[in-house]
Design a protein around this ligand. Structure first.
Ligand code: GDP
Length: 444
């Protein structure tokens, strides 16, 4: 997600940053381009208007004109407003009410509602150690109740026994009764979806809401549906009242507009994002990190978190510390290359590293694949320990030796060193800005 938006904004900012002083018309032109980029990413028009206005107010003010790096300052303003637009970080699932806490899942058919119900139940079970009961109120789709039961078996989370022919409201009451009697902490109710918003659906969901008094009413929306997601969000927020949003299929190539508009249109935060079909493919939504990612500033925190789940924790912490201190060397790059495969593919990971957005594009253009990874690994392995620690010392004659040692050309060696250099520069910027606290959350 967000790839084309990131590229578009990146070129706007590159031009801004190259200028010394900024005039009002420079800023105006940049804002026009940002506006087009957002609209093309499918962000809802009123949201774009409001965003541009807010950024304009700040960006043409004294703050920018007087600052030492006006271009950088505009980027910061855009970043801050992006975070605001995405909503400040929020509690994942509110479990503060008396048990059983009811979580009502609503949304259109096919949005990923049932899958997400299972994902959240598993998450609450494993991370919060909660006893969770799930029940499907979807009697419209014959297989729906069974689908939830299968997910329950996979996640080892109990589901309410199915009684054929029972209407949704009766199932909801029985579920609540069972959860109370059997001492469950959380009751997750998966409601029926429809292909489109209709009044019968809204009335049914409203009746369930009134009977079960949910603490959380989570709207599940598919990020791929763009503008439609926004309309669905608006209807549910107005007619049912929701407490949060789960955006699914964030792993797809959605243009990202839904993510950016949802908060503004519904007034409620995106709490979680679905990143795949598997039951553990769900993550908390971090506005700061997403804004950083959109602006091509990478996402060191997510990178490290994902790394921690795949590789040993120690290694991830060591890497994070090195990135922070700007001490990332070729040995680190080597262990990165080796872990790339483990971590679920290049492209996902590369987008997370600061400054790698551009390199990734170059790599895609150069048609780099797994075999290229092996090549890079061979190049680094042909270097001495000292060279890996301090690549600056590598002279032309050594490059020749390294190339023949690894069966590559000198150009390959140069390319690798250049990539490493770009990564290191970006990482230094990230850690410097992080230390100064110039950006909220340490993003540059
Ligand atoms: P429902 O009709 O809203 O209950 O939707 P389902 O839960 O049955 O999901 C519809 C399809 O979307 C299923 O094939 C899911 O595996 C898939 N799906 C759900 N969430 C995600 C996600 O975050 N990413 C991807 N790639 N697929 C998802």
């Amino acid at each position: 997600m967000f790839e084309s938006l990131t590229t578009r904004l990146g070129s706007v900012f590159d031009r801004l940053k190259r200028r010394g002083a900024l005039s009002e018309s420079d800023v105006g032109e940049a804002l026009r381009e940002i506006r087009v980029a957002l609209l093309e990413a499918d962000v809802a028009l009123p949201v774009v208007r409001d965003f541009i206005e807010k950024v304009r107010e700040k960006a043409v003010g004294q703050e920018v004109v007087r600052s030492v790096t006006p271009g950088q300052m505009v980027v910061k303003i855009v970043h801050d407003h992006l975070v605001e637009m995405l909503g400040t970080a929020s509690v994942e699932i509110n479990l503060e009410a008396a048990a059983p806490v009811v979580v009502l899942m609503v949304g259109l058919q096919g949005s990923g509602k049932t899958t997400t119900t299972g994902k959240i139940a598993l998450r609450l079970k494993t991370r919060e150690r909660k006893r969770v009961l799930m029940a499907s109120l979807d009697v419209a789709r014959p297989a729906a109740q069974r689908q939830l039961a299968v997910l329950g078996e996979q996640a080892s989370v109990p589901t309410l026994p199915i009684v054929t022919g029972e209407p949704p409201l009766a199932i909801a009451r029985r579920a609540l009764q069972t959860a109370r009697l059997e001492g469950y902490d959380v009751l997750m109710l998966d409601t029926a979806g429809r292909l489109h918003i209709d009044q019968a659906l809204m009335a049914e969901v409203a009746a369930v809401r009134d009977a079960t008094k949910p603490t959380e009413t989570l709207l599940v929306v598919d990020a791929m549906t763009g503008q439609d997601a926004v309309n669905v969000g608006k209807s549910f927020a107005e007619q049912i009242g929701i407490t949060g949003i789960v955006l699914t299929r964030v792993d797809g190539d959605a243009r990202g507009g839904a993510a950016l508009s949802m908060r503004a249109v519904t007034g409620q935060p995106i709490k979680l994002i679905g990143t795949g079909e598997k039951l553990d493919a769900i993550e908390p939504f971090h506005p700061e990190r997403i804004a950083g990612r959109i602006l091509g500033m990478g996402d060191v925190v997510s990178l490290v978190e994902r790394a921690t789940e795949t590789i040993e924790k120690d290694e991830a912490e060591r890497l994070a510390a090195k990135v922070q201190k700007g001490e990332f060397d070729l040995d680190d790059l080597l262990s990165q290359l080796r872990q790339l495969k483990k971590m679920g593919g290049m492209s996902g990971l590369m987008g997370l590293l600061p400054g790698v957005g551009k390199i990734k594009k170059q790599m895609a253009e150069a048609n780099i694949d797994e075999s290229a990874l092996k090549k890079q690994e061979a190049i680094i392995l042909s270097m001495t320990r000292g060279e890996r620690k301090k690549p600056e010392v590598i002279k032309a004659s050594r490059k020749q030796r390294i190339a023949s040692g690894s069966g590559c050309s000198v150009q390959d060696v140069n390319r690798l060193l250049k990539q490493y250099d770009q990564m290191r520069t970006m990482m230094k910027q990230v850690s410097k800005l992080g230390a100064k606290g110039m950006m909220r959350g340490g993003m540059p």
